[in-house]
Design a binder for this molecule. Structure first.
Ligand code: SF4
Length: 89
C-alpha cells in the first residue's frame, strides 16, 4: 500500500472540522480546536500534526477530498517521493 504524509498547519487551522467530518479516522480536533492527524483512528506515538499513513488508493482519495474541504487549506498531503499532492503546486 502506498504511504502518504499528512500534515496540518496548526497556524492555518481554524477548527472548522470539515476534515473531521469527512475522515474522522484521520483527523480529530484537540483541546485547542486544532486538527491533529491519526493513523486509522489510532494515535501511535501520541498526538501529532504530521504523520506518515499507509493507505489504499480509495483512502488516499478520501483524505485528499478531506484536505480540499478545509476552508483555510491547512492540510498538506505528500507522496512517498516528497511530492506535494495537495494543495496543487
Ligand atoms: S478543515 Fe481545516 S480548519 Fe477545519 S479542522 Fe480541518 S484542518 Fe482545521
Amino acid at each position: 500500500m502506498p504511504k502518504i504524509r499528512i500534515k496540518v498547519d496548526e497556524d492555518l487551522c481554524i477548527g472548522a472540522a470539515s476534515c473531521v467530518t469527512i475522515t474522522p479516522e484521520t483527523f480529530q480536533l484537540n483541546e485547542d480546536n486544532k486538527a491533529y492527524v491519526l493513523d486509522k483512528g489510532q494515535e501511535p506515538g501520541g498526538r501529532t500534526f504530521e504523520r506518515w499513513v499507509e493507505v489504499t488508493e480509495d483512502e488516499k482519495d478520501t483524505i485528499i477530498l478531506s484536505a480540499q474541504s478545509c476552508p483555510t487549506l491547512a492540510v498538506f498531503i505528500f507522496d512517498e517521493e516528497g511530492n506535494q499532492l495537495f494543495p496543487d503546486m
